[in-house]
Design a protein around this ligand. Structure first.
Ligand code: ATP
Ligand code: MG
Length: 428
């Protein structure tokens, strides 16, 4: 017990002495340490946040369960059509996602549909989390973002690269769920029927297949932590994100019904598949050099993912694997022009804001695609190339009131430079 005499050197909240705390702030009769000040701040912040309201509701037991009968269920072909508006190729992945999302909604309503049906009442439809595998720049993240546009359930995208095992520098796995709760405007009950996309999931693979003697902070530990939420658990989410603090009130969230979609480039996985098959395989899809078919997910086996460094339990929780194909030259031309927010359209809009009509000749588009295909970074390369070509135009145009049209030609793409001609009388 601290005596009256030495109490002057103790924090009245945590009881630690002056030399056990970073700083002790002394009041007339009482002291508080800097740690406790910070904690008080957090508590006050979380009381004011919408998440805290949600946790209050939950505690009081009046959290409304979401009325699933009111959800607008998009049919698989409708979802597919939406994805088609934005994403070129990747037919298989689009179909897998459309069906998965549709089934997700059906699963939410299964209880209602078969309430009095003895045949199906006790059959519980389980979720099938999805793994999307495909090379860089082929549209994985774009698929997730596009899905987010049209869903009636909360949808969040998280990046696995920021995650670390609890207790290390980086984000806790629970932050994935926090993001979902935020997407549901703090309504935990709604978040519990949401869909989560975890990007860059390949980055949590163990670096080697050998069991390392030292702990692998970034890889295996994160997979272990993800296992639980993928499977279905009641996770305690710190409402402020970041490190859990003993004094912080958690938001309990049940991940049973949450659908998880994971995506990753899995660089080198094609080599693993090739080694297993012992024959030439192009890309991930397993399109062999001789048949050139669009790949299907059949070529990737769970064992390949294990070789890549994913834990067996982890692979087991992602039963649906869909592969995305690398985009070829023709796809890249289409990427430039066809999607609703195609790159060409974006630049046309930029120029339209300067009252200039921008166009590309078809061989200019073809040349852009050819150059991009060589870079092997999928559609990402297109953006860099167009940006280079358009630099001078975008520099000049704002001060050139004489320009009303600008056409990008193949030569300009080859030279990586498009410069507006010298001042000419304004076209009619
Ligand atoms: N299939 C596609 N159809 C239309 N545009 C695409 C397609 N694939 C990629 N793009 C374009 O390329 C950009 C990058 O694609 P995206 O972010 O989806 O790549 P990714 O597959 O997630 O790659 P990474 O593994 O590097 O994250 C997109 O913003 C989009 O403009
Ligand atoms: Mg991505």
């Amino acid at each position: 017990m601290a005596t009256k005499n030495n109490r002057t050197n103790y924090c009245a909240f945590c009881g630690r002495s002056q030399n056990q705390v970073p700083e002790l702030i002394k009041g007339p009769d009482v002291n508080i340490c800097s740690d406790c000040v910070m904690m008080c701040n957090q508590i006050m912040d979380s009381d004011a946040s919408p998440q805290a309201d949600a946790s209050e509701r939950k505690k009081d037991g009046d959290a409304k369960s979401v009325d699933v009968t009111k959800l607008k269920i998009p049919l698989p072909h409708e979802l597919n059509a939406l994805l088609n508006d934005y994403i070129i190729g990747q037919t298989h992945a689009k179909k897998v996602l459309s069906v998965a999302v549709y089934n997700h909604y059906k699963r939410l309503r299964q209880g209602l549909r078969f309430e009095n049906d003895t045949e199906f009442r006790d059959v519980e439809i389980e979720k099938s989390n999805i793994l999307l595998v495909g090379p860089t720049g082929c549209g994985k993240t774009l698929l997730a973002r596009t899905l987010a546009r049209c869903l009636d359930v909360p949808f969040s995208i998280s990046d696995a690269t920021t995650l670390t095992e609890a207790g290390y520098v980086g984000e806790d796995v629970e932050n994935i769920l926090l993001r979902l709760i935020q997407a549901a405007d703090g309504d935990v009950a709604r978040a519990e029927i949401g869909i989560v996309y975890i990007d860059e999931i390949d980055k949590v693979g163990r670096k080697t297949e050998n069991v390392s003697l030292t702990r692998d902070v970034s890889g295996e530990g994160v997979q272990q932590a993800l296992l639980k939420i993928l499977e279905g658990t009641v996770a305690n989410v710190p409402p402020q994100g970041g490190r859990k603090h003993p004094q912080q009130e958690y938001l309990p969230i049940n991940t049973d019904k949450i659908l998880f979609i994971c995506g990753g480039a899995f660089v080198g996985l094609d080599d693993i598949v090739r080694r297993r098959l012992g024959r030439q395989v192009l890309g991930f899809g397993g399109a062999t050099a001789d048949n050139g078919d669009e790949g299907t997910s059949t070529a990737i086996e769970p064992e390949d993912l294990l070789h890549y460094g994913l834990l067996p339990e982890f692979v087991g929780r992602l039963p649906v694997v869909s592969t995305l194909n690398p985009l070829d030259e023709n796809d890249l031309v289409r990427v430039l022009t066809e999607p609703k927010n195609a790159m060409v359209r974006q630049y046309q809009k930029l120029m339209a804001m300067e009252n200039v009509k921008l166009s590309f000749t078809s061989d200019a588009l073809q040349e852009l695609a050819r150059k991009a295909a060589r870079k092997k970074t999928g559609a990402r390369a297109l953006r860099t190339l167009i940006e280079q070509v358009m630099l001078d135009v975008m520099f000049e145009v704002p001060q050139r009131h004489d320009l009303t049209n600008f056409k990008v030609t193949r030569k300009m793409v080859c030279d990586q430079k498009a410069t507006p001609a010298d001042r000419s009388p304004k076209a009619a």
